[in-house]
Design a protein around this ligand. Structure first.
Ligand SMILES: [Zn+2]
Length: 59
């Protein structure tokens, strides 16, 4: 996915069970996703946000 802050960085989230760090996401009926835990980039723009129902909530 592209970083939502607009810096155009790509964020790769690993959802493979057993790998670290890993994220899980729920896909809702309206095709939005909720991701958890939050995404915190440790490089670049250092964005920290949650993705809930397809919407970004900044920390
Ligand atoms: Zn960014």
């Amino acid at each position: 996915m592209a970083c939502p802050c607009g810096c155009k960085s790509r964020i790769q989230l690993c959802c493979i069970p057993g790998s670290r760090p890993r994220w899980t996401f729920d896909v809702h009926e309206n095709n939005t996703i909720t991701l958890h835990p939050s995404v915190w980039r440790t490089v670049g723009c250092r964005s920290h946000f949650f993705l809930r129902n397809g919407r970004v909530s900044w920390c």
